[in-house]
Design a protein around this ligand. Structure first.
Ligand code: MG
Length: 270
């Protein structure tokens, strides 16, 4: 599969990304104390379907033998990092932080985005974690340009978190953990395409050149503790090993000779 998209394909992804952003806003607006997770999921799905898009994660399988993902939104609460099941009857509580990760298909092309939202009033530490993860996403986007390579994005995300991490821990290093087991990715023709976009610099990943028409999902996952994660017994939800809380933000961008464009703008206020 081609790593790049045509201008026509990018135009479709731009429209799909706007639909996706509105669906995410519909879910986020419901994230209040007492809200039931599956109601957020239903609101997002109804919103995108009303605009002619379809969920990209619902029914998704990592391998044919794996259970299909059950919901439109991955809803991950507190120590859950990503891939939390959005069809749960779980009620949100004051002080929770909730990752909302959503993807859609629109006219044959996929876009992918995420935010982490507070439920009611959250602690200053959790607020700082969310702010740092959001800022790291934007730092990655700023490095995602034609002529750079994927490792420039990784370095920008890692550098942004390292700087925030130092201030969060009173100057001690490693105040935050950057999740390593999961990475950003190319997106468009499939939910996950090459190249992989790690949130830290590692020689284990190919340092692919960013070329005209490349569409990338940049998605730092950051914890208030260690980087280690494991999969919960439901076979989907990724949680921190040390129980620390995590945040996740994500944007789909198109990198072209004209510049880099965010195709999935975060809802206003998040
Ligand atoms: Mg993604």
């Amino acid at each position: 599969m081609a790593l790049t998209k045509t201008p026509q394909e990018i135009e479709i992804m731009r429209r799909g990304g706007a639909i996706l952003s509105r669906a995410l806003a519909a879910a986020a607006a419901l994230a209040r104390p007492g809200a039931i997770i599956r109601d957020l999921d239903a609101a997002a799905e109804a919103s995108m379907r009303a605009e002619g898009a379809a969920p990209a994660f619902k029914g998704y399988q990592t391998a044919p033998s794996d259970p299909p993902f059950p919901s439109t939104v991955c809803i991950s609460v507190n120590q859950e990092v990503v891939h939390g099941l959005g069809n749960r009857g779980l009620a949100l509580r004051e002080g929770d932080i909730v990752g909302l990760d959503i993807g859609c298909w629109y006219q044959g092309l996929c876009t992918d985005m995420a935010i982490t939202v507070p439920v009611g009033k959250v602690s200053a530490e959790d607020r700082a974690l969310m702010d740092a993860t959001r800022a790291a996403t934007l730092a990655g986007v700023a490095a995602a340009k034609v002529g750079n390579a994927i490792r420039d994005i990784s370095a920008a995300v890692e550098g942004s978190i390292s700087a925030a991490s130092g201030s969060a821990s009173g100057g001690k290093p490693h105040g935050y953990g950057i999740v390593r087991a999961l990475v950003g990715h190319g997106v468009g023709h499939k939910v996950h395409e090459a190249p992989q976009v790690p949130n830290y610099v590692s020689p284990l990943y190919r340092n692919v050149k960013i070329t005209d028409g490349m569409c990338l999902a940049i998605e730092p996952m950051v914890t208030r503790g260690g980087w280690q994660v494991k999969t919960a017994p439901d076979e989907w939800t990724v949680v921190t090993v040390d129980g620390s809380r995590a945040a996740h933000f994500e944007l789909t961008v198109a990198c072209t000779e004209q510049g880099t464009e965010i195709l999935t703008p975060w809802p206003v206020g998040y």
